[in-house]
Design a protein around this ligand. Structure first.
Ligand code: COA
Length: 297
C-alpha cells in the first residue's frame, strides 16, 4: 500500500523549475563551465533577482559570500582533505548549502529536485533517485557513494572525509550522524580515516550516531539515539549506547540467509584505515591500548 501521497504545485512553477534544472544540468555537464562563476550567478539571481556583477557594484557585502572563492569550509583546514578534489566540488556544496537557506530549498518539492540534480556532480557515485531533505551536512562530498533510492532526512550529518557508502534503499532519519574519521584519545591531532558502510535497506532512525569504520549489515535497523560503535549483522535491530543487538527481523525469504551466502554489504571491498595527518604515521607506541589503572584502583 502506498504511504506517500503525490503533491502538485502550479504548472507555471513546475515549468520554471524544470527549465532551471535542465539548464543547470546542461551547464554542469559541460567540462568548460566555471563552477565558481555559475554558482555566484545563480545565487545572485535567486536571492536578489539580479546579476552577480550588478550586485557586487550596488551591495558588495551582499555579494561577498555568494562567490565560492570568498568562502571557506571546515574541510579546507584539514590536512586529511584532498584539496584538489574538494576545490572541484566546493562551489556546488556552497550552492547546495546556500539554497537550503532559501524558500526554494525549504520547499520539499523544489529542494529535493535541486539536490537530486546537484548530487551526481558532487558525490563519488550516485544511483538513481537520490532524495535529500534540507540542511544535510557533508564534510567533503567527493567521498560519498550512494546506491539507488537512498533517502536522507533533515539535519543529517554525513562526515564523508574517510569515505561513506550508502547502499541501495538506505534511509537515514532526522538528525542522525554518520562519521568516517576519528581522533586518537591522547593526541587530538592524530586523525584516522575509516570507511563507513551502510548496507542495502539499512534504516538509521532519528538522532542515532554511527561511528567511523562501522559496517551495518543489509536490512539492519539502528534504533533512535543509539551510538553504533561496532559492526552490525544483517537484519539486526540494535539499540542503546553502545548499540547492542536486541533482536533480528524475521526474513525467511532472504535469499542470502537461505543459501548461507554473504549478504551484498559483506562483499563490498573497503579501503584500509589511513592516517589523516602525516605527522602521525602508523605507529603504536609501547603501552598503547593498555589500561594502566582501572578507575577507582
Ligand atoms: C527500533 C525501534 C523501532 C524499536 O524496535 P522494537 O524492537 O520494536 O522495540 P520495542 O518498541 O518493542 O521495544 C523493546 C524494548 O526496547 C526499548 N527501546 C525501544 N527503543 C529504544 C531505543 N531507541 N533505545 C533504547 N531502548 C529502546 C523499549 O523500551 C523496550 O524495552 P522493555 O523491553 O524494557 O520494555 C525504536 O527504537 C526506534 O528507533 N524507533 C524510531 C522510529 C522509527 O521507526 N523511525 C524510522 C524512521 S526511518
Amino acid at each position: 500500500m502506498p504511504w506517500l501521497l503525490p503533491r502538485q504545485v502550479t504548472p507555471e512553477a513546475e515549468e520554471t523549475l524544470t527549465r532551471f534544472l535542465g539548464e543547470l544540468t546542461e551547464r554542469l555537464s559541460d567540462p568548460a563551465t566555471d563552477r565558481r562563476l555559475l554558482v555566484r550567478e545563480i545565487l545572485a539571481e535567486v536571492l536578489y533577482g539580479t546579476s552577480f556583477e550588478e550586485l557586487a557594484e550596488r551591495a558588495p557585502m551582499a555579494a561577498l559570500a555568494l562567490d565560492p572563492a570568498n568562502v571557506t569550509f571546515e574541510a579546507e583546514y584539514y590536512a586529511a582533505t584532498d584539496q584538489e578534489k574538494f576545490q572541484r566540488v566546493k562551489p556546488l556544496l556552497w550552492l547546495w548549502k546556500s539554497l537550503d537557506q532559501t524558500p526554494l530549498g525549504q520547499s520539499i518539492h523544489s529542494g529535493v529536485r535541486i539536490r537530486a540534480a546537484l548530487a551526481p556532480f558532487i558525490f563519488k557515485r550516485v544511483g538513481k533517485n537520490p532524495k535529500f531533505f534540507q540542511n544535510v551536512e557533508f564534510s567533503v562530498g567527493y567521498n560519498l557513494e550512494l546506491g539507488e533510492d537512498v533517502v536522507v532526512h533533515r539535519h543529517v550529518l554525513l562526515d564523508d572525509i574517510g569515505g561513506i557508502t550508502l547502499m541501495d534503499r538506505v534511509s537515514i532519519a532526522d538528525y542522525a550522524n554518520i562519521y568516517s574519521h576519528t581522533h586518537d584519545v591522547r593526541e587530538q591531532a592524530d586523525v584516522t580515516l575509516k570507511h563507513t558502510l551502510l548496507g542495502t535497506g539499512v534504516r538509521i532512525t532519528y538522532h542515532a550516531t554511527v561511528l567511523a569504520g562501522v559496517k551495518i549489515g543489509d536490512d539492519a535497523m539502528v534504533a533512535t539515539m543509539a551510538v553504533v560503535t561496532r559492526d552490525v549483522p544483517p537484519h539486526a535491530i540494535v539499540m542503546g549506547i553502545p548499540a547492542r543487538v536486541t533482536r533480528y527481523k524475521e526474513r525467511p525469504d532472504c535469499p542470502y540467509c537461505r543459501r548461507g551466502e554473504p549478504h551484498p554489504a559483506d562483499r563490498v571491498a573497503r579501503p584500509p584505515h589511513r592516517k589523516g595527518n602525516p605527522d602521525f604515521p602508523e605507529f603504536h607506541p609501547p603501552g598503547f591500548g593498555v589500561l594502566l589503572a582501572k578507575p577507582g584502583e
